[in-house]
Design a binder for this molecule. Structure first.
Ligand code: DOR
Ligand code: ZN
Length: 344
């Protein structure tokens, strides 16, 4: 297939940051995706509907003229978010979910949840009102092997959570293991998962190929090949529980290439093209549209997009660096290499 036309996709997991950083990365997403679920892990985090409204206004103000893009906002769950905030979410019309970051799990998660027992009343309200909980699914205990933290989270946190709140809508974000795929597939229709392009394309060898590769370091960390194959199988299965979420996470080059580098891969510059590569490699380009353009909208109860985009099979060079903030640069995934599809 030389040309691929599909309904305009959405990104169900995106980090846009704020200020000049946001302005630098937003066009990459808006060129490709009609909507995106915008993560709330700013500093300070987006913990109220009022903060989400102001953040949404800043995103829309930074959108270049002529581009159409709708930010779908989320709140950052804390130990003391009151249930009344969920009522405000429900009536807002622009906040679509609440994100659980276990405290200490990843970038700007210090204000996250220390123990879900503190969130029971709020989770009950979310379950009642149908507000989805988006989950960063890793335990934070440093004694747990980093490659096992998702599997342990599923057994010790997610599974009990769904026993207590069996009708809660949950998205296991950026699922990285066969354990996660199996769990989501075997749960009720209220449990879904997003899959990133980098976890579909790379296994953990990519972090150590010929030397340490900080730009392939993200959280949850890349896993071994058996897990990657399970993710690809889920993505191309046509099961509507699995849909696109890039987790594109910009960090300045200086924050990645340092003694203690930040977690996150920047993929928005080729946000749909990289998925096309992964689906083509699996011989399943016909399954891309459901995964990228339909299943997420259906899960969130939002209308499917009607516009279309086209991709042409053509190798496109990816710059070694992109302009970012304060003279610092952003090193995108595949920097200095190429991607096999071009967005028309
Ligand atoms: O790699 C990651 N980067 N994983 C996350 O969970 C957060 C993200 C970020 O915000 O940089
Ligand atoms: Zn993320």
């Amino acid at each position: 297939m030389e040309k691929l036309t599909l309904t305009r996709p959405d990104d169900w997991h995106l980090h846009l940051r704020d200020g000049t950083a946001m302005a630098a990365v937003l066009p990459d997403t808006a060129r490709r995706f009609a909507r995106a679920i915008v993560m709330p892990n700013l500093k300070p985090p987006v913990t109220t509907v009022a903060l989400a409204a102001a953040y949404r206004d800043r995103i829309l103000a930074a959108l270049p003229a002529g581009m159409s893009f709708s930010p779908l906002m989320t709140l950052y769950l804390t130990d003391n978010m009151p249930p009344s905030e969920i009522d405000a979410v429900k009536t807002s019309g622009f906040v679509h979910a609440v994100k659980l970051y276990p405290a200490g799990a990843t970038t700007n998660s210090d204000a996250g949840v220390s123990d879900l027992k503190y969130c029971s009343a709020t989770l009950a309200r979310m379950e009642k009102l149908g507000v989805p909980l988006l989950v960063h699914g890793e335990v934070t205990d440093p004694a747990v092997d980093i490659f096992d933290r998702e599997a342990v989270f599923i057994d010790t946190v997610l599974s009990p959570l769904l026993c207590d709140f069996s009708a809660l809508n949950v998205v296991l974000e950026h699922v990285t293991t066969k354990n996660g795929i199996d769990f989501v597939r075997d749960s009720g229709a209220n449990v879904a998962a997003t899959l990133t392009a980098h976890h579909l394309l790379l296994n953990r060898n990519a972090i150590f190929a010929g030397g340490i590769r900080p730009h392939n370091y993200c959280l949850p960390v890349l896993k071994r090949e058996t897990h990657r194959l399970a993710l690809v199988a889920a993505a191309i299965s046509g099961n509507p529980k699995f849909f696109l979420g890039t987790d594109s996470a910009p960090h300045a080059q200086s924050a990645k290439e340092t003694a203690c580098g930040c977690a996150g891969c920047y993929t928005a510059h080729a946000g749909i093209e990289l998925y096309a590569e992964a689906f083509e490699a699996a011989g399943a380009l016909d399954k891309l549209e459901g995964f990228a353009s339909f299943f997420g909208a259906d899960f969130y109860g939002l209308p499917r997009n009607t516009a279309q985009i086209s991709l042409r099979r053509e190798s496109i060079a990816i710059p070694a660096r992109l302009d970012y903030i304060d003279g610092d640069r952003l090193v995108p995934l595949r920097a200095g290499e190429s991607v096999a599809w071009r967005l028309e």
